[in-house]
Design a protein around this ligand. Structure first.
Ligand code: GLV
Ligand code: MN
Ligand code: MN
Length: 417
């Protein structure tokens, strides 16, 4: 199959996978949902046809393994995630899995075996949409999924443990500490992903090599005031939780705007009791804070908590500030990343190294092995949006680079050097 035909297959498959959704008119695929089961079944068939042995692990990650030319060889990990955000685009996650799969498919067609095995990983949850906790899939595989998360409930009150069970898995807390691989069994993890930002398009370059993945926090911030009658309680006697929360949302924007490259987002808000004639008694907000410099991010977190306290004090509203998640900035150090850059140079594409503001499964994998990431240009830098778009030409470039990277790796015995 020509490389152009493989790139077209990648595009068609991303389109087909986007048809598996929990919602009729938009793409939403949460962890352990029926739509996830459907994509896993579909991708499993493609992986098997590409010469891989396929298994679905205990929490729903799909793993396709393409054996090495000899027993006892190390393993190269490739892949990305198959879950999505709400009202998602087609490429955030699935593109990386489909390009990895296409690489193996092309080896299989030529009946080529490498001096290392390849595992194509399709993670069951990177976005954290269902339990507001990201990287569940990669954390499980690296033995770092915190057992206390099994008790988290989704919007319907279903615990993570129940969701895993109904997906056919076994949420045994003991098993959560066991990594799928030992570090010394691995060559590293390489993830292809859409850029999700505008830099490559602005520079007119199809692909870029990731330099670092920004650190991030997720918080749950609850304002508790006093519910009351919208018609009878005078304005001066109210403790309106939504007014406090709204003041906070604007302060988040103001503070983030005042600090170079800090990004902070309130993406969810729930208002209780939630009636037009009742003063809001309780509001819970999500808060996402990111920056490349861990110290800057930590300082911003402290300042935001302090601002929330001041707003609450002034309004006699109480505050519950919960840290849900913290990931430090992960640098993509030489080793695999150098090899990926070499692949770009060998093929005469311009080499651009750029940071990632988005989080990726590579963050979790970096605790176990060397990582590298290749970004693919996307139209208008738009992502987490159904308008996400990549071209087949750019997908072909990414495929070429990944193939060259694999070729370099098969002739380089120590990529960590
Ligand atoms: C994942 O897409 C994230 O960066 O939140
Ligand atoms: Mn995403
Ligand atoms: Mn992603």
């Amino acid at each position: 199959m020509s490389i152009n035909a493989s790139a077209r297959t990648v595009m068609e498959r991303c389109k087909e996978l986007a048809g598996y959704s929990e919602e009729p008119d938009r793409l939403t695929r949460r962890f352990a949902s029926k739509a996830m089961q459907q994509v896993n079944e579909t991708v499993k068939i493609w992986m098997q046809a590409a010469g891989m042995n396929v298994e679905q692990d205990n929490i729903g990650n799909l793993i396709g393994r393409y054996e090495a030319s000899q027993a006892g060889a190390k393993t190269l990990l490739l892949g990305s995630h198959l879950d999505t955000v709400r009202d998602a685009g087609k490429y955030d996650g699935p593109l990386g899995v489909m390009i990895a799969l296409a690489c193996v498919e092309r080896l299989h067609t030529r009946q080529v075996r490498l001096p290392f095995a390849i595992e194509v990983l399709a993670f069951a949850d990177e976005e954290g949409l269902r339990y507001n906790n990201a990287y569940l899939g990669s954390k499980y595989m690296t033995g770092t999924l915190d057992p206390s998360l099994l008790h988290l409930t989704d919007i319907e009150g279903i615990t993570m443990a129940e969701a895993i069970r109904s997906f056919g898995g076994n949420p045994d807390p003991e098993s959560l500490h066991i990594a799928r691989w030992r570090s010394d069994e691995l060559l590293g993890y390489c993830e292809v992903h859409i850029e999700q930002g505008p830099v490559l398009e602005a520079r007119n370059i199809p692909i870029g090599v990731v330099r670092a993945i920004s650190g991030q926090n997720r918080f749950s911030v609850t304002f508790t005031g006093e519910a009351g009658h919208a018609g009878t309680v005078p304005m001066s006697l109210r403790h309106d939780a939504l007014c406090a929360a709204s003041e906070f949302v604007l302060s988040v924007e103001t503070l983030a705007q005042s600090r170079p490259e800090v990004v902070a987002t309130v993406g969810q808000a729930s208002v209780e009791p939630g009636a037009s004639n009742v003063i809001p008694g309780k509001v819970t907000l999500s808060l996402d804070v990111r920056h490349q410099d861990n110290e800057v991010r930590e300082l911003v977190n402290e300042q935001l908590e302090q601002i929330a306290r001041e707003i609450c004090n002034a309004r006699a509203v109480s505050l519950d500030w919960q840290l849900l998640q913290e990931h430090k900035t992960v640098p993509c150090v030489p080793g695999l990343t150098k090899l990926l850059e070499q692949a770009v140079v060998d093929l005469n594409y311009p080499l651009l190294s750029l940071p990632s503001g988005a989080g990726h499964d590579a963050v979790t994998l970096s605790e176990l092995t060397s990582i590298a990431m290749l970004f693919v240009r996307c139209r208008g830098g738009i992502s987490h949006n159904p308008a996400e778009s990549v071209t087949v030409e750019d997908v072909e470039v990414a495929l070429r680079v990944l193939e060259q990277f694999i070729l370099l790796l098969s002739t380089n015995n120590d990529p960590k050097a």
